[in-house]
Design a protein. Structure first.
Length: 751
C-alpha cells in the first residue's frame, strides 16, 4: 500500500527487549527520507509520519532489517476492544517467560547447591550438574541468546549481550573441562582456590554461574513483562465505556435494537432512565437529568430538554429521551478522548533504564578486558588453560546477576509494601518521574471531593422544625431518581431512619417535584417552582440561598401548604482527608493546583476548604483542555504530577510526567495513570510519591553497588587473584546484598 500524500501510521513492534531497542528502531526509521517516527517501548508501538511515496510496507521492511517485527495493528472491535491478536500475543509472551523461568529455577537450584557445598558432591555429581544446567542455558536462556545475536548483527550490545556471552562462556568452558579436561573424572571435587594457578587448571566448572545467572535474569524479565502487559488498557477502558447496543426509533414509532456501530448520523434512538446515551446527538423528545461526571468532571447533573446537545457514554439519570445522532464512530467526543489518551501515551518517551544505558558501554569494555586478559596471560607463558580461566573469571565476575536483580527486587518489595498501603506502582519506569515532580495537579470531582451529591445543610424558616422539613422534602425526593433528589432523600433517611409514602407525586421537568405527604401539599425544587405557585422565599431564607450559591452549592427550596419553609444546600462534599493531603503534598515540595470542569465559584470554594491558593485554581475546563493545561505547565519548565479519577482525566494522566489515578475512579483513569491509589484517599498520593521516591533510591543504590562490585572485582579477576569459583561466589554475594538492601523497603510507613 503506497501513500499518495503525507500520512500518519501506527505500527505494532515485536521483539524489543529493552529501551535501547526502541531507540535503535526509531533511529533507523528517522533516517528514511520524509519520515518522522517515535517508538514507545512500553506500548510496543511506533507512531510514524511519512511523506508521499513512502509506503507502510517500506516502513515495515526497515524495521525488519533492524532485526525486529512490525505490522499494522488490527482495528479494535467496538464490542470487545483489543481482545484480538495483540492481547493473545501478550499472553503468549508472558506464558513463555513463565515456563522458561520455572524451568530455570527448578533445575538451577540443585546445580548451584552442588557446586557451592562440597558435601553434596557425590561421585558423578558433575555430570548431573551438566544434565540439569544444559536446558537452563539453552532452552530457558534462549531469549537472551537470540537478542544478543540480533544485536551483534547490527553492531550493538545490550544487557542481553553480556548475559549471553557470560553464560555461554561459562557453559562452554565447563563442557571443555568435562570432556577434554579433568573435570569429568569420577569422584572429582570442585577446586576452590583464591587465585588462579599457572598450568592446566582444567578441573574448574562454571555450570552454577551459567544456570544461576539465567534464572535470576529471567525472573526480572518475567516481572517486567507482567507490568507491560496492560500498556494499552486505558484505550480499551475508554472504548468499553460507551453503550454496546441502542434502540433505534424508526418512522411510525417502530423500535429496533441494533449494535451501536450500525448507528448513522440522523438516526433517532431511545434512551431509557438509567441507560447510557449511545452517541453524540440532540434531544428531540423528553426531558431528563444527564450525569456527565465521568466525561466532563461536572458534579451536578445537567438538565436537558428538546434542542439540547448530549454526549455519548453519559448516563440518563431521569426521564425518557429520544435523541437524534449528530456524530458517530470516530467523530464522537468519547472517540476523540480515546485518541487524546493514545497520543499522550505515544508522546511520552519510554524511560531507558540505567542498567541498559551503562551496559551499552560496559559490555564491550568487559569483553575487551576478557580478551586482553587472555592475551596478557598467554604472552606471559602462563599456559592456555590458565589464560582462559582468567578470561572466564573476568566474564563471570562481570555477569550482571546483581544488575538484573537491582530493579526487580526493589520493585517487588516496594510494590508489595505499597499494595498493603493501597498504592499500586506500575513499573520501574514510573519511579524516575517521582523525584523530579514539583507541581501536582488535583482533579476536583472524585479526587478532592467525594464525587457524589450530598446534603450539606438545612436552613429552616423561623418557627419551622428541621426534622419536619427533612421528613416532607425527603419523602417526595425519595420518589425521584434525580441525583440532587437522591442526595436530599439519603440525607433525610440518615437523620430520620425512615420516611412515609407520598399520597401523590408528580415530577415537574427541570424544576423539581410536587405531591401530597401526610395531607400537606409539598413543593421541592428550584425557586422558580415556588414562583409558579405565587410563593416567595422570606428574607432570611433568601440570604441563606444567596450565600450558598455564592459558594458554588446547589440550593433546593422547600414549601408546603402555600408557604416557603426552608432551603437545602446540596453539593459535592469535600473528603475529610483532602486538607491534610494537600498539606502533605506541600511538605514534599510540590505546588498543588486544583483543576476541574466545574464553575469557578464551586472550584474556589473547594480550594479554600482544602487550603489551596485561589490563584492556583483552573476551572471550567473541557477534557481536551485538561491535557493542554498539563502541557502548558510542562512548557513552563515544571515537572507535573496529575491526580484524577474520571475518564475525562485519562488523557491528562497519560500526558503528565507522573499520573496518579484514584482506584475508586474509572478503569480508563486507572490504566492511564502511573500510580494507582486503591484507597481512594488523597493522602495516599503523598504516601505514593514518598514510597516511589524511596523505591527509586533503593534501585539506584542497588545499581551503584552492583557496578561498584564489578569495578572493584574486574581488575582482581584479570590479575588472576580471583579463582572463577570465587568470582561466582562473589557474584552471588553481590546478589544477596542487593536483595537485602531491597528488603529494607518493608519498613516503609505512611506519614
Amino acid at each position: 500500500m503506497t501513500t499518495t500524500a503525507a500520512a500518519e501510521t501506527e505500527l505494532a513492534i515485536g521483539g524489543m527487549t529493552c529501551a535501547s531497542c526502541a531507540a535503535r528502531i526509531e533511529k533507523k526509521l528517522n533516517r528514511m527520507d520524509g519520515v518522522t517516527a517515535t517508538v514507545n517501548y512500553a506500548t510496543e508501538k511506533a507512531k510514524v509520519t511519512h511523506a508521499a511515496g513512502v509506503s507502510v510496507q517500506d516502513l515495515i521492511a526497515t524495521v525488519e532489517k533492524t532485526g525486529y517485527t512490525a505490522r499494522e495493528p488490527a482495528p479494535p472491535k467496538p464490542s470487545a476492544p483489543d481482545d484480538g491478536e495483540s492481547g493473545q500475543g501478550e499472553s503468549d509472551e508472558l506464558r513463555s517467560l513463565r515456563e522458561r523461568l520455572t524451568t530455570a529455577v527448578v533445575l538451577a537450584v540443585p546445580v548451584v547447591a552442588m557446586a557451592m557445598i562440597p558435601s553434596l558432591q557425590f561421585e558423578y555429581w558433575q555430570w548431573l550438574s551438566l544434565t540439569l544446567a544444559a536446558p537452563v542455558v539453552t532452552y530457558a536462556g534462549w531469549p537472551f541468546h537470540k537478542a544478543a545475536f540480533t544485536n551483534a548483527r547490527h553492531g550493538a550490545a545490550t544487557m542481553d549481550t553480556l548475559i549471553s556471552v557470560g553464560t555461554t562462556a561459562a557453559f562452554g568452558w565447563s563442557l571443555w573441562a568435562l570432556f577434554l579436561g579433568t573435570a569429568g573424572t569420577p569422584g572429582m571435587k570442585h577446586p576452590f582456590e583464591l587465585t588462579i594457578a599457572r598450568g592446566e587448571g582444567t578441573g574448574n566448572l562454571y555450570l552454577e554461574a551459567a544456570a544461576g545467572v539465567t534464572a535470576f535474569i529471567l525472573a526480572g524479565r518475567y516481572f517486567e513483562a507482567r507490568s507491560k502487559r496492560k500498556a494499552g488498557a486505558a484505550l480499551k477502558a475508554l472504548l468499553e465505556l460507551g453503550a454496546k447496543d441502542v434502540t433505534v426509533v424508526h418512522a411510525g414509532g417502530h423500535e429496533q435494537t441494533v449494535s451501536v456501530g450500525e448507528l448513522k448520523v440522523g438516526d433517532r434512538f431511545l434512551v431509557r432512565p438509567g441507560e447510557k446515551i449511545a452517541t453524540d446527538g440532540t434531544v428531540v423528545e423528553g426531558s431528563s437529568a444527564v450525569d456527565a461526571s465521568m466525561l466532563t468532571g461536572e458534579s451536578v447533573p445537567v438538565e436537558v430538554t428538546p434542542g439540547d446537545s448530549v454526549t455519548g457514554a453519559t448516563l440518563n439519570a431521569g426521564g425518557r429521551l429520544v435523541v437524534e445522532a449528530t456524530r458517530v464512530g470516530a467523530d464522537t467526543q468519547l472517540a476523540r478522548m480515546a485518541k487524546l489518551v493514545e497520543d499522550a501515551q505515544n508522546g511520552k518517551a519510554a524511560a531507558q533504564r540505567l542498567a541498559d544505558r551503562i551496559s551499552a558501554v560496559f559490555v564491550p569494555v568487559v569483553i575487551a578486558l576478557a580478551l586482553g586478559t587472555l592475551g596478557f596471560w598467554l604472552g606471559n607463558g602462563a599456559g592456555t588453560a590458565a589464560a582462559f580461566t582468567a578470561a572466564v573469571a573476568v566474564l563471570i565476575i562481570a555477569c550482571p546477576c546483581a544488575l538484573g536483580l537491582a530493579t526487580p527486587t526493589a520493585l517487588l518489595v516496594g510494590t508489595g509494601r505499597g499494595a498493603q498501603l493501597g498504592i499500586l506502582i506500575k513499573g520501574p519506569e514510573v519511579l524516575e518521574s517521582t523525584r523530579k515532580v514539583d507541581t501536582v495537579v488535583l482533579d476536583k470531582t472524585g479526587t478532592v471531593t467525594t464525587g457524589r451529591m450530598t446534603l450539606l445543610a438545612v436552613h429552616a424558616a423561623h418557627g419551622t422544625d428541621e426534622a419536619e422539613v427533612l421528613r416532607l422534602a425527603g419523602t417526595l425526593e425519595h420518589a425521584s431518581e434525580h441525583p440532587v433528589a437522591r442526595a436530599v432523600a439519603d440525607g433525610a433517611l440518615e437523620k430520620l431512619g425512615s420516611l412515609p409514602v407520598p399520597e401523590d407525586f408528580a415530577n415537574v421537568p427541570g424544576l423539581g417535584v410536587q405531591g401530597i405527604v401526610d395531607g400537606h401539599a409539598v413543593l421541592v425544587g428550584r425557586e422558580r417552582l415556588l414562583a409558579d405557585w405565587a410563593m416567595e422565599l422570606p428574607e432570611e431564607l433568601r440570604l441563606r440561598k444567596d450565600a450558598a450559591e455564592s459558594a458554588g452549592r446547589t440550593v433546593v427550596a422547600v414549601a408546603w401548604d402555600g408557604d416557603a419553609r426552608a432551603v437545602l444546600e446540596v453539593a459535592d462534599a469535600v473528603k475529610d482527608t483532602s486538607r491534610e493531603a494537600v498539606t502533605r503534598l506541600r511538605g514534599l515540595g510540590l505546588t498543588p493546583i486544583l483543576l476541574t470542569g466545574d464553575n469557578r465559584a464551586v472550584a474556589e470554594s473547594v480550594a479554600r476548604e482544602v487550603g489551596i491558593d485561589p490563584g492556583q485554581v483552573i476551572a471550567e475546563v473541557l477534557p481536551q483542555d485538561k491535557v493542554d493545561v498539563v502541557k502548558r505547565l510542562q512548557a513552563q519548565g515544571r515537572s507535573v504530577a496529575m491526580v484524577g479519577d474520571g475518564v475525562n482525566d485519562a488523557a491528562a494522566l497519560a500526558q503528565a510526567d507522573l499520573g496518579l489515578s484514584m482506584g475508586t475512579g474509572t478503569d480508563a483513569a486507572i490504566e492511564a495513570g502511573d500510580l494507582t491509589l486503591v484507597r481512594g484517599d488523597l493522602r495516599a498520593a503523598a504516601d505514593a510519591i514518598r514510597l516511589a521516591r524511596r523505591t527509586l533510591g533503593t534501585i539506584r543504590s542497588n545499581l551503584f553497588w552492583a557496578f561498584a562490585y564489578n569495578v572493584a572485582a574486574l581488575p582482581l579477576a584479570a590479575a588472576g587473584l580471583l579463582n572463577p569459583m570465587l568470582a561466582g561466589a562473589a557474584m552471588a554475594f553481590s546478589s544477596v546484598f542487593v536483595v537485602g538492601n531491597s528488603l529494607r523497603l518493608r519498613s516503609f510507613r505512611t506519614a
